[in-house]
Design a protein around this ligand. Structure first.
Ligand SMILES: Cc1cc2nc3c(=O)[nH]c(=O)nc-3n(C[C@H](O)[C@H](O)[C@H](O)COP(=O)(O)OP(=O)(O)OC[C@H]3O[C@@H](n4cnc5c(N)ncnc54)[C@H](O)[C@@H]3O)c2cc1C
Length: 250
């Protein structure tokens, strides 16, 4: 960055943090909560970290980047939520026991919630992670600026955080969440909601009532690139009103 460090985000550091708890969120995803108590770790909603498991023998190295799925309003801990693949890194992470440690470098990045502007979040699959943190932060801090989330997953069971997101909607009139399922045929679970990808008409209808919303996107490269194309092309959204996090590396 030109002009030296950004005064608005905490400087990154290196921390050795113990696992507090892990839990399964969906057939393919788990959340890992690490204690930051007494370490001084601070971050803004919703930055990322690099997480290392020293000693894990993985052809791609023993470190991965993750958005934080926790919120700064949840004191004393950070959490990441990730897809558990069969890579040695992910297998070791899934077997980490409470009290065992990971090396965390962070906080990283500038994927930051603009607390003062209405927001449209577009999440593809595991791309929901930073938006869970942003919505948690907005609701925990009593922020009443409108927040809209359009969240797409392959099958209903892969809608990570669905119960919590629905609870946020019930608790805050500012928050609205809508889901779409892209491969309903792959699921045994009945789904009477929307199917198909997030599309132009849906984004347009969601954004129309909002006063100059910020658009936040997160997911795999194809999804994010397609959504940025819709926003900057047919929807004519200025680039300054769009921010995105691309989950490269799957
Ligand atoms: C900013 C950011 C935020 C992210 N947030 C999340 C999150 O919240 N949750 C989540 O699950 N994931 C997230 N990711 C993706 C995450 O870092 C991992 O890449 C992903 O989880 C896959 O890891 P894996 O071990 O399961 O799989 P793999 O696909 O095996 O990837 C392992 C590593 O190998 C590298 N790799 C794989 N194939 C190649 C290749 N052909 N050439 C070069 N390198 C290769 C990848 O870069 C990756 O680091 C994020 C990524 C970024 C950049």
């Amino acid at each position: 960055m030109l002009g030296g460090p950004d005064p608005d985000v905490p400087a990154p550091g290196r921390y050795v943090l113990p696992l507090v708890a892990s839990r399964r969120e969906s057939p393919s995803a788990m959340t890992f909560q690490f204690s930051t108590a007494g370490t001084g770790f601070q971050y803004r909603s919703n930055q990322a970290i690099r997480l290392a498991l020293p000693g894990v023998d993985d052809p791609w190295g023993a470190v991965r980047t993750f958005s934080l799925s926790s919120s700064p309003s949840e004191p004393g801990m950070i959490a990441v939520t990730c897809k558990i693949s069969d890579t040695p890194f992910k297998q070791a992470l899934s077997r980490l026991h409470p009290g065992e440690t990971a090396v965390v470098v962070g906080p990283l990045g500038h994927f930051l919630l603009d607390v003062g502007r209405p927001t449209v979040f577009l999440a593809g699959g595991i791309g929901i992670t930073p938006f869970r943190g942003m919505l948690r932060f907005a609701t925990d801090t009593g922020n009443t600026v409108p927040r809209r989330l359009l969240y797409s997953a392959r099958v209903p069971a892969e809608l990570v955080f669905r119960a919590e997101l629905d609870a946020m909607v019930r608790a805050s009139p500012a928050v609205q969440v809508e889901y779409t399922i892209t491969r309903p045929g792959e699921s045994g679970e009945a789904w009477t909601g929307r199917v198909g990808r997030i599309d132009l008409d849906w984004i347009r209808a969601t954004a129309a009532p909002l006063d100059r919303p910020m658009f936040y996107l997160a997911g795999l490269p194809d999804m994010v690139e397609e959504m940025v194309g819709l926003l900057t092309g047919p929807l004519g959204v200025p680039e300054d009103d769009i921010d995105y996090e691309i989950f490269r590396g799957f």
